[in-house]
Ligand binder design. Structure first.
Ligand code: SF4
Ligand code: SF4
Length: 217
């Protein structure tokens, strides 16, 4: 069975978290029943004391390499079972709205991997927010995870909010009905990170609001 083969695959990647969610909420529901969502921990689980942008970026690159390996194995499995699937792009569709065609964050919450922290990223119990998310839309049912609807951030915690040099985070506690724009000035965050494109050939990774999180270290 395909679910067992995917479970077996993840035994080879014991550090990764994964789960399945029904995607009837999504515009992709017409073609795919489920999403497999997985979280690869960054190469280094950095704290504020150890943080440099270069180390943070390197950790993301290492996670991206593992993510590619896993995706290629999943493609082999699904092809072998002749199951239709789509690996949605993680790239945001434009610099104005800054939304990807399929939200990995929302799917991760629905699959039970974590909640959205005050830093507006998925926070897992095991690694905090130091994970790279990926998803595969699959036209097959699975045993679904338990959807998380409330934040696990302590009300009093403001570490990520205080770590942001641009005050882009609004100190808003997430629940499933809270919108992104209520939590973060995402245009400001993107604008500041984009200032480095000329220097680095890419946006600044800026993981300060991630490195500050006490979960996972
Ligand atoms: S990524 Fe950087 S700029 Fe954006 S909210 Fe986090 S700390 Fe602020
Ligand atoms: S630093 Fe605190 S408030 Fe921010 S995401 Fe982590 S636990 Fe939540």
């Amino acid at each position: 069975m395909v679910e067992e083969r995917i479970q077996y695959l993840f035994l080879r990647y014991p550090d990764c978290l994964y789960g399945f969610t029904d995607i009837s909420y999504s515009r992709y529901a017409e073609h795919y029943k489920s999403a497999l969502v997985f979280a690869v921990p960054y190469g280094e689980l950095l704290t504020m004391e150890a943080y440099t942008e270069e180390r943070f970026e390197r950790g993301i690159r290492e996670a991206r390499q593992t993510e590619r390996e896993i995706l290629s194995h999943i493609e082999e499995i699904l092809d072998a079972h002749a199951i239709s699937y789509l690996i949605p792009s993680a790239v945001q569709n434009n610099e104005e709205e800054l939304v990807a065609p399929f939200s990995f964050k929302y799917a991760a919450v629905c699959a039970g991997l974590g909640w959205i922290g005050k830093n507006d990223v998925v926070v897992t119990e095991k690694y905090g927010p130091r994970v790279r998310l990926s998803a595969v839309l699959i036209d097959s049912p699975f045993a679904y995870g338990r959807r998380i609807t409330e934040s696990g951030c302590p009300d009093s915690c403001r570490k990520c909010v205080e770590a942001c040099p641009y005050h882009a985070l609004r100190d808003v506690q997430w629940n499933i009905d809270v919108m992104r724009k209520e939590m973060i000035n995402y245009r400001l965050c993107n604008q500041k990170r984009s200032l480095y494109i000329e220097k680095h050939g890419r946006k600044h990774s800026c993981g300060l609001c991630i490195a500050a999180c006490p979960f996972g270290v």
